[in-house]
Ligand binder design. Sequence first.
Ligand SMILES: [Zn+2]
Length: 433
Amino acid sequence: MYWDKKFETMSLDEMQAFQLKQLRQTVAWVYEKVPFYKNKLDDLGINPKDIKELNDLGKLPFSIKNDLRDNYPFGLCAVPMQDVVRVHASSGTTGKPITGPYTADDLDQWSNCMARNLYAAGVRSNDILQNSYGIGLFTGGLGFLQGAEKIGATLIPTSSGQTERQILIMQDFGTTVLGCTPSYALTIAEKGQQMGINFKNLRLRVGVFGAEPWTVEMRKEIEERLDIKAHEAYGLTELMGPGVAFDCQAQDGFLHINEDHILAEIIDPVTGEVLPQGTKGELVFTAIQRRAMPMLRYRTRDITMLQRGKCECGRTLIKMEKVYGRSDDMLIIGGVNIFPSQIESLLLDQKGIEPQYVIIVRKKGYLDSLEVNVEAKAEIYQAGEGKIKEVEQRIETHMRGVIGIGIKIRLVSPGTITRSEGKAMRVIDERKM
Ligand SMILES: [Zn+2]
């Protein structure tokens, strides 16, 4: 049932005592080893000894993505390079990447967190896991590999791309578990269909997907097309990689956080004030077991809420609501805030279209405008202009009703939107070009 029963089902008192001990050690560690943190704590007049209870976490300074960029590549590393056994990095759309160094023990902790994640999705030692995450600097590929190895599952490191070959391997090797981004899972499903594969006849039964925001509607779409149960792996390079949080069989829109490794808080993104459980705000993480790069109060830019209470799976680990978008991804159109995931969930509810779309943001004069190009189903496209217009107008009316602003819907011919082999490019913001 659990990979690590002790921590996954620990009582709140025990968990908090453990967290406090780890937090105190971590603060003392970074104060001694990383000048960046020492200076920040000194400026605030905080000594590591001042951390006496878990609530004292709120006294500590935040860290942000720019701190990682400013200290690139290893300014925040708390151990000498001879103790670092691996470095990962996030691609980063602008400027320098963000690095994540690990000691051997950090890697082992990460492997265990990933094993919890995969085990909760139902992965066991007799499973055959096809790892279609790109293997490289990106944490996804090796994170999945380590978790699968811990469990003792058979790992097939296909990496991403060459979709036709992926499907042949899946068929011939008897793959039971697929790991990749949700958008790539969709690409695999579509290619399989074109190859005449009936996924019901394959042994594939579970998918563990992550590294990009995806909606519940998208999960259902993938489950149906691949005939599997789809689960989630959530994480970020700054905090170890995937395995920070995961969903269990409850699939209630919340993910369990490995809170014995990562403390979570929700803050008001404007004032920085800590918000109570059940309130939406920005997610902040503190890594309390890592030694090469423990992060203090790292602002993730992800908007979510926390919830504590016994889950039907029996785990007591605190839960966070599934993340539907980073605050960086939020589009502001005519004063209205919209997450691309909101558009996705409305689109996927509609008939006559494929789940392949691109959102285009433009500036027309002084006004921002939103256009969504979405692929028509073949039969709609073939039915001609009248039918296409009808579907476009139906979706536009539906979107206006829910979001409150006009979004231009354009149905494009099937197969014309670029398929994802990793992280999908779903928004083109022409205002930034
Ligand atoms: Zn659960």
